[in-house]
Design a protein around this ligand. Sequence first.
Ligand code: URA
Length: 441
Amino acid sequence: MNMLELIEKKRDGMALSQEEIAFFVDGVTRKTIPDYQISAFLMAVLWRGMTDEETKELTLSMAGSGEICDLSGIPGTKVDKHSTGGVGDKVTPILLPVVSSFGVPCVKLSGRGLGFTGGTIDKFESIQGFNTTVEPSQFREKIEKCGMLLGGQTEGLAPCDKYLYALRDVTGTVPSIPLIASSIMSKKIAGGSDAIVLDITCGSGAFMKDTESAGELARQMLAIGKLAGKPVSCVLSSMEQPLGSAVGNILEIQEVMETLSGHGREDVVTVVLTMASEMLKHTPYGKDLDSETLKERCAEKLKNGEALEKFRELLLSQGGMLDSSGNPVYVDEPFEVMTVCAHKDGYVKRCDALAVGEASCLLGAGRMEKTDMIDMGAGIKLFKKVGDPVKRGDHLYSLFTGTKNTVDDARIDEALLKMESAYEFSSEPVKPLQEILGVIS
Ligand code: URA
């Protein structure tokens, strides 16, 4: 078997056998296949697709390319969640404490942001002292301490995916449904949880731009879950506009604190409650309860402060610092550069997630290159979203950098232009966007 034959076979639209896929994964993991051949292969997959059987084999081979976490020693049903990414997506830091406050152990392995999408690990690292490096050998201790943990993908977990993902990112091969499905599911399988709930984002600020492709991604991930013997549910959520009002690391954790204190924006709360109820349905606590009852009980945890207390426990358990009022101590502070106001009356028709994500990146909140440093205080606060009425002079959005900001004026101007292109207004009333597009389990 050789790599050139595999590339040619995929280029010509043929399906690869289990042995061929295992050969590819092994070669990537052991670094015996050069990057130019891996890249050509990934591009062939992007164009030709994969059969369900091939996607399943790729997933299982990638999961097996490193260690598989054994969480069986931790009592209870362990439920994991994953989002396919978005702008302003601060669901994890709210969801974990909510679910954990029902006594459900949560082991969450998250990623960093790249390009216009934010990453949960970066958001947590905006809190002074918070340590995102948790080795599988520490999982049990952390779970016993506070019922949940949040860590980055360790070196040993699905290393083949880690290598492929970095290459996909620089070869234009991220938006392939079988590659995304196998990337996410291989990590989830290796993570060792008993059940998985996926937030499949859909819209301008997501990899899946329309509901058809989001639905197809959901179908493939459900099929992989079935074959791997892991129950999976998929929530399809809208990413046409950013989730919530904050985009950027510290700004988003501040919004997390507001939401956990019972003052969250409706869109954020809706996604959190839908995800939480799906996670609880996989557990003995929630399996006989309907979605509405579960959502009401989860909403109560946001109102009565239980989830907020759990979040503080999570921060302390991983070295995060809290001030005397129980608020996180951040590594920096957001510094408001400017606030933009509406110049006429109307209604917000569009607040494009991709443009807002790109603007936030330009301000320093995200990475253009893997090695870029993030400005934790940078980002954008949105005061008006789709459907909101606007009066002349109303605040539309504010741009922030960190206090130690080094972004030059040209980049701030570019961010401002992006933001101007993100917004569209109508003189007629506009219906607010629906956050949840469907739930499939
Ligand atoms: N998130 C992942 O982990 N992998 C992908 O391919 C896309 C989003």
